[in-house]
Ligand binder design. Structure first.
Ligand code: ASP
Length: 592
């Protein structure tokens, strides 16, 4: 139907006849001449109709925005004064000689060039129109380039693309499962995969050696801004490689992707341990673009009378730390400090103590702070020395259970980085390694920090003897403060797997019932193996600069996990439920 895309035309086409197909971006009537900006996926070109071609002119007069047209015409240079430098095709135009209306369109519910002022709900309801916008086209096409580059890279490294089931059993990745009732097995349910974790490990037992898949994963979690219930992972597993080799391949892939797609050259990714990340940045996914660090002062605070500090200082699970904002005195007003106090309360912090360092030479009057009067002079001095304070600096304090302090000041660090634009570079990738195997839940029980198939760095005996001290052979790839990917060397020894299940208090029956197939597989010659998975959506967010994860997915869900366009989830008729052996118990609406 066409000889060329609209958006690719340029002066090399001058005097050529072209046939174009596309949508009417804009139509203007200029004193008897009609201009149509015709749009297709490659861009927009101006087509001109004058009354010489009477019938076509009349048809051109009738078209409206988003009509679908086929246009034939001759490419010609624009007059110098009408050249549009902002338009890739702006040096030429097409002198239209034939116009066919392939389809009409109602007036769209929102102007396609003004999405900023359009509510996201409307965009999502009419997603097929929203996706016509050049910005969305750009993002989804970049996404396609990335997946193609990933496939090429991994294929060249000997990885084999293997699909794993969507209707399956639960995989423990720490989220709630999406369940699918079985019609043929009354009362039983499939779970949608939270990840292909167990299948990819089994593929290693089968000897494929290097597996990858661009895999859909499903997690029924309360959604945060950068989460979707259904999302995509670049999922990878390898055999006979240790963690350093696995990290090296994946680091190289990410480096390769950024070079190819963004033209950005990354150096070697630094590695830091989990312990160091928490100590210095209060986060296991630190944003290393921000030059702020936490400095612990617990040892200085045990004897002060101020209970807010001495309490956590004496508590083995407590943490007392300082974050210095160089020059922060001038940068932050009292009001902003109050706002940050509210901000850290989201993370459970009861307050946000601070000291403004006005004059270091005067420890009595040179420090401005509501709390400084509670600190003896020698403690003030020791703190200032430890954080290497200078006049004009602002010190924020965190004192509470370590978890709260790290989360609160870790989040404050990111917030200050953004608010004060403290970034020292554009990209800061790094590996975080040596994670603990387990984390303690509020009730004192242990759960796997990654997943229970992660290999510990110690023996099964050591693991059983002191589970909280055990470190894992896991690694996370962090970019600009977000976790881009994570994985581990896996347990390939059945006894070790048993030990981990035991520490997690998974009973023998439950182990059999949930993971019997894995424990069996480990008995039949499972090779040492390991891998990782990258969050593709987040990767695309970084590469495109999109602000929302919904902007990098063609048909996303809302924050309440609904699809506004298809109106899913939807009701089903009672007959279908009966076939599935299901009766719903809708809660009565609470009376107001
Ligand atoms: N299955 C893990 C996840 O989804 C990644 C991995 O360990 O390979 O987070």
């Amino acid at each position: 139907m066409r000889s060329s895309y609209c958006g690719v035309l340029d002066s090399t086409f001058i005097d050529k006849e072209v046939t174009l197909c596309g949508w009417v971006d804009r139509r203007r009537d200029h004193g008897g001449v009609i201009f149509i900006d015709l749009r297709d996926r490659e861009g927009v070109v101006q087509v001109v109709f004058d009354p010489d071609a009477k019938e076509d002119f009349e048809r051109a007069d009738k078209v409206r925005s988003e009509y679908v047209l086929q246009v034939t015409g001759k490419v010609r240079a624009r007059a110098p004064e009408t050249v549009n430098k902002n338009m890739p095709t702006g040096e030429i135009e097409v002198y239209g000689t034939a116009l066919k209306i392939l389809n009409v369109a109602e007036t769209p519910p929102f102007p396609l060039d003004e999405h900023q002022s359009v509510g996201e709900d409307v965009r999502l309801r009419y997603r097929y129109l929203d996706l016509r916008r050049s910005e969305m086209q750009r993002i989804l096409r970049l996404r396609s380039r990335v997946t193609t580059a990933v496939r090429n890279y991994l294929h060249n490294q000997g990885f084999i693309d293997i699909e794993t089931p969507i209707l399956t059993r639960a995989t423990p990745e720490g989220a709630r499962d999406y369940l699918v009732p079985s019609r043929t097995h009354a009362g039983k349910f499939f779970a949608l995969p939270q990840s292909p974790q167990l299948f990819k490990q089994l593929l290693m037992v089968s000897g494929f050696d290097r597996y990858y898949q661009i895999a859909k994963c499903f997690r029924d979690e309360d959604l945060r801004a950068d989460r979707q219930p259904e999302f995509t992972q670049i999922d990878i597993e390898t055999s006979f490689l240790d963690e350093n080799q696995i990290m090296a391949i994946n680091e190289d892939m990410i480096r390769h992707l950024f070079a190819e797609i963004k033209g950005v050259q990354f150096g070697d990714f630094p590695r830091i341990t989990y312990a160091e990340a928490m100590a210095k940045y209060g986060s296991d996914k630190p944003d290393l673009r921000i030059p702020l660090e936490l400095v612990d002062v617990k040892d200085l605070m045990t004897e002060v009378e101020f209970k807010v500090f001495s309490g956590p200082a004496k508590d083995p699970k407590g943490r007392v730390t300082v974050m210095k904002v160089p020059g922060g005195n001038d940068k932050l007003t009292r009001k902003q400090i109050d706002d940050y106090t509210k901000f850290v309360s989201i993370y459970g912090a009861k307050g946000l103590a601070y000291i403004k360092v006005n004059d270091l030479s005067d420890l009595e009057n040179g420090l401005q702070s509501p709390i400084v009067k509670f600190l003896p002079t020698e403690v003030r001095k020791a703190i200032l020395e430890r954080v290497e304070a200078e006049n004009g600096d602002l010190l924020f304090f965190g004192a509470d259970k370590a978890k709260i302090v790290s989360e609160a000041l870790g989040a404050l660090r990111n917030k200050l980085g953004e608010d004060l634009d403290l970034y020292t570079c554009e990209w800061a990738p790094l590996w975080v390694v040596d994670f603990p195997m387990f984390e303690e839940d509020d009730d004192g029980s242990l759960s796997a920090l990654h997943h229970p198939f992660t290999a510990p760095s110690c023996s099964a005996e050591e693991l059983r003897a002191n589970p909280p001290a055990a470190l894992s052979r896991a690694y996370d790839l962090v970019l600009n403060g977000t976790e881009l990917g994570g994985g581990s060397v896996r347990i390939h020894d059945q006894k070790m797997q048993q030990a981990v299940f035991d520490v997690l208090s998974i009973s023998a029956e439950e182990q059999r019932e949930k993971f019997g197939f894995l424990l069996d597989a480990l008995k039949y010659g499972a090779p040492p193996h390991g891998g990782l998975a990258f969050g593709l959506d987040r990767l695309i967010m970084w590469m495109t600069g999109a602000h929302s994860i919904r902007d990098v997915i063609a048909f996303p869900k809302t924050q309440t996990a609904a699809d506004l366009m298809t109106d899913a989830p939807g009701g089903v008729d009672p007959e279908q439920l009966r076939e599935l052996h299901i009766r719903t118990r809708l809660e009565e609406k609470p009376k107001d």
